[in-house]
Write a protein that binds this ligand. Sequence first.
Ligand SMILES: [Zn+2]
Length: 208
Amino acid sequence: MKLDETDARILKHLQEDARISFRELGKTIGVSTPTVSSRVKALEERGVIRGYSALIDTEAIQETTSIVSVECQPKHLEKLAKSLSEKENVREVLVLSGSKLMCRLVSESEATINSFLAWLEGLEEIDRYSIDRVVRTTKKEPDAVISEGISIVVPCYLCRKPITDDPVTLKMDGRTHYLCCETCSKLYRERYEELKKGIPQESGKHHS
Ligand SMILES: [Zn+2]
């Protein structure tokens, strides 16, 4: 499944400003408000848009950022990644090739950094680590680089397999449902309509 131009433009604008109104967004990209609304809904349903959150300036609340690099034996990598991920002040953990990990540590005080380092040194899985204070950020963009023609992976609503070709879509009750093939589509529609009639799923009429 590919992103078309309208989807790509919508995502670009929303990533820059999630609070832009559908009306304004539609005007900017030259489509109607209902089009924006239904596209956004579909992107949310397909899991492309995971949510909306406020960007809080860490400097404004006097927090500092450090980058912590960790090296370990390959067998310890997963456990270490998990331990680091559980720390509140660790805001991002990247597992790198070559048995390395990198984390972004945000701290409100020197004491927090020190206690984090004390904890880190107590981990016997670590071969080596280094910590560097971020002095200045000269670029920080949201993660997704959005361009037209990006493929979106959507699981089939019935069989849950990723849909690789164009999906078969069903519009029911104002929602778009995505299926991988005509067979899934037919079965899904039957089940959906039966469910709507109030027949419980365990009725034996279903082939699951
Ligand atoms: Zn399917």
